[in-house]
Write a protein that binds this ligand. Sequence first.
Ligand code: B12
Length: 464
Amino acid sequence: MKISLISPPFGEYVKSSKLISLTGLDEIQRSEGLPIAPPVLEYLAGLTEKLAPDVEVELVDANREDLDIDEFTSDVVGISVLTPQAPWAYRAADRLRRRGIKVILGGMHVTVLPQEAKRHADSVVVGEAEGVWEELITDLRNSLESGKPELKPFYSGTQLPLVGLAQPKKGLLKTRYPMGSFFTARGCPFKCKYCSVYRFFGNNIRHRPIQDVVRELSNSPYRMFWNVDDNIWGAGIERSIELYVELYRELTTGSKKKWWIGSGDLASVQTSKGEELLKWAKRSGLTLAMVGWESENVVSLSQWNALTKQGKKREDAVRKIRDHGIDVMMFLMVGGREDTPDDYKRALEVCDRLGVMPHPMQVTPFPGTELFEEYGPYLIPERGWEYYNGNRAVFYHDDPRMSVENREKALFWLRAEAFSPKRVLSRLWQLKLKGFPMTHFTSAMIQIPMSRAFREISEGNPYV
Ligand code: B12
């Protein structure tokens, strides 16, 4: 049996002076700049090898590879679906099934909307794959052999302990990536209204044994990694320190030396253990912390339940991280229903004040989140899932100045301003020598392509 696992293209990307819509199946364009291989593909390949070593697996990163849906020769195709990828995934699935290929859909979006997904798939994996993948492979085999529909419509994966997990399978992807990825935990203690994670993975944190993580990184051919945990330290400070100490002991010398980046909250840094946490994080190879600043608008922050993870002195927290030689990228959401035209300028000001780069996105109520329920009455009906990509406005705002068009223009203005060559240079200059050279290298590797991508897209600030 041959299974192809696909990560769909990211749909819409910034090129030249306009946004290009890439939702058609026939004119697939790709976000080639993404530095990591889709983590889920190599992980599911590893899981398949562990549970059913005789199954042949093919991996396809549709952001990078030319693929012709009509040329697939596999018996089964599994597609991983985030919300903005759903329309592409569904169209691909329909075409594959018309050719008699079995299609399995999995991932965050289809877990939240399994009935929608089932219209396009033979089976839908709801939740995590570990508990159901073996059963599904057996049912697939039986179905292919007997020609009968042995598959269940839904396979519900429960939240199992993360012990002895499969190692991601390397060498199956056809293109090269500068960074590998790993995860060490699932779940999040916070309950931010816009976030899918605590509802999908739960509020209780499940950690992988530290030795499993260290072994995985040690065996990996990559030197640089993206830790895709939702929160690299907010899920347990003591445990994070323990992990960093082990990574430092095992992976920071000579040819074994490795570096990594990841997303973390600001509250953890402000606790009494904050200094120790950052010291070991830096020693273990952390070069960039992507922190959830979320908003400059306090009303929005509190509405979204996002104040707890900011702590009381978040500007100090950002400075503290930088003082340890770790760069900071601030994740920001703009254009929410409580936000005002001034918030775009204020977002830029705080980044200038702190000398850090932002990662501004449009507030997007993803299905399955509390925000989706709250924004329900204001969603723009003709904007399908492909618009839920963080670039587009998908709901109405009561303030006529915050029209859909203005909010999109203002976001592109903010990105172009924040990544102007002058600002990028100034930020690189302000990085602490303590982090040299890898923190500077990582920062340049991220900022320079962003600067190029965003430069031509701005049509100015609609609010000045
Ligand atoms: C890494 C990551 C990315 C990377 C992806 C890299 C790549 N090349 O694929 C990048 C940075 C590109 C990215 C982009 C985006 N991301 Co993202 N990302 C993540 C992150 C941090 C980790 C996901 C991951 O790889 N985990 C490791 C793998 C092994 O686990 P997994 O994917 O969860 O898969 C498990 C199950 O879901 C299931 N499964 C998944 N797929 C499939 C498929 C099959 C066939 C089967 C059987 C099972 C299965 O089995 C796996 C094992 O149990 C998550 C947060 C999180 N903690 O999950 C957010 C997350 C997935 N991202 C999210 C979002 C919103 C986005 C963006 C839309 C952000 C934005 N606002 O712009 C963009 C998408 C852009 C676009 N236009 O499509 C949301 C998803 C919401 C949603 N409803 O889709 C998450 C959950 C973040 C959040 N806090 O809400 N992201």
